[in-house]
Design a protein around this ligand. Sequence first.
Ligand code: GDP
Ligand code: MG
Length: 439
Amino acid sequence: LTERMSQAFKNLTGQGKLTEKNMNDMLKEVRMSLLEADVNYTVVKDFIARVKEKALGEEVLSALNPGQMVVKIVHEEITELLGSEEVEVHYKKSGITTLMMVGLQGTGKTTASAKIANLMKKKQGRRPLLVACDVVRPAAIEQLQTLGESIDVEVFTLGVETKALETARQAMRYAQENGYDTVLFDTAGRLHIDEELMAELSDIKALIQPDEILLTVDAMTGQDIVNVAQSFHDQLSVTGLVLTKLDGDSRGGGILSVRSITHVPVMFVGLGEKIDDLDVFHPSRMADRILGMGDMLTLIEQAQEKMDMEASQKSAQRMMKGSFTLNDMLVQFQQIKKMGSLGGMMKLIPGFGKMASQIDDARAEGTMKKSEAILLSMTDYERENPACLKASRKNRIAKGSGTSVADVNRMLAQYEKMQQMMKMMGGMGGKMPNMAAMK
Ligand code: GDP
Ligand code: MG
C-alpha cells in the first residue's frame, strides 16, 4: 500500500494477529456459553475447532482486543451456520403444493400447521387445506379443527377410525375436487422416535410426495435433539425447519445442532401460542441469542462503526485538500455501498436534495458496482497515480474486471469530475459533511 492508504488503514489493523495463545481464554468462554445454550456437545467441539483454524493468524482490528476479535469471528460463523438466506416455501408452478409437518410430540406441529396455513391464506393468497393425519388421539383432531375454524381454513379429517395414510390419500382427492392449491398435513408425533411412527411417516411421504417436509424443533430442546433430527432426516429427508417456542427464555442452541446435521433452512419461527405468532428467521439475531454475549457484541459493533467513521473521515479530509485519488474514490464507494442507496444518502447533503431526486438508484448502483470492480482490478500504484493508465494497462484492467476499455474510460472521466467537484467544495471551506457521520 502507498503511504496515504496505509495511513488510513493503520487504524483498522496493526494490533497484531490472533494466536493460539491470545485466543484460548475467549474460546473457552465461548465453548461454555454455547453449552449453556444447549448446543450439542459434539457440535460445539467441531465448531470451536473450525473457528480456531479459521481465526488463527487473522489481523486483530484496532479498537478491539484479541478476545473481542475472537467473539466477532465466532458470531459471524454462528450466523453463517444458521443460514444467511431467507427461504420461502417452494410452491409448485401448477398443481397442488403439499407440506408435511413432522416432529416429536408437543414440539408444535399442529400449532405451526395452522399458523402457516393462515399466513399462506392471508399474505400469499393461497387456498390451503389442513389435513388431520394425527389420528392417535381424538383431542389432536379437535385441536386442529378448532384452529382451522379460527382462521377460516377447512380441516379434512376422517376421524380416529381411519388410518393416517388413508386419510392422506382421500385428502388429496378432496383437495383436487375442491380446488385447493396447498395442502398441509399435520402428522402424529411420539415422545421419542420409534419405528412405527417413522414407517407411517415414510408411507405418507411416499404417497403425497410433499414439496416440503418441515421438522418442528422446540427452542427449549436439549442435547438429545441431535439424535432426533438425525433420524427424522435420515428417514424422511427433511426440507426445512420450524423453530417453535422461541418466545420462551431458552437460548435455543438446539437449532444450531439441528442445522449442522440437516443443513436445511429454518423457514419459520414460532413466537407464541397465538395464530399470528409466526415470524421469519433472523440468523444474526439468533446468533446473538445463542452466543449470549450481548454486551460484548454491542461493544464490537460500536467499535466497528467508529472505525468505519474514522476511515471515511480521513478520506473526506484528504479530498477537501484536493488530493483525491482513485483509492479515495474506492473508499467512498465502499462507504456508500454500506449505507444503502446513493440517492437516499445525497438527500442528506445540503444543496444536493434536487440532484438526489434525479438519481435513478438502480442505475446509479449498477454503474457504481462496475466502477468498483474496475477500481479493484487496478494495482495500488495505479489507483494512486491515475496518470499512468495507458492503453495496455486499461486493457488488462478491463479484462480483470469483466468490463470494457470504454467502461474504464467512463470511470476515469467520472473520477475527474469528482475530483474537480471536491476541489471546488474544498475551496468553499470544506463544508461538505462527512459521509459516515450522517448515518
Ligand atoms: P404437536 O404435538 O407437535 O402438534 O404440538 P402442538 O402444536 O399441539 O403444541 C404443543 C403445545 O405447545 C401447545 O400447548 C401449544 O399451544 C404450544 N406451542 C406451540 N407453538 C408454540 C410457540 O411458538 N410458543 C409457545 N409459547 N407455545 C407454543
Ligand atoms: Mg399435534
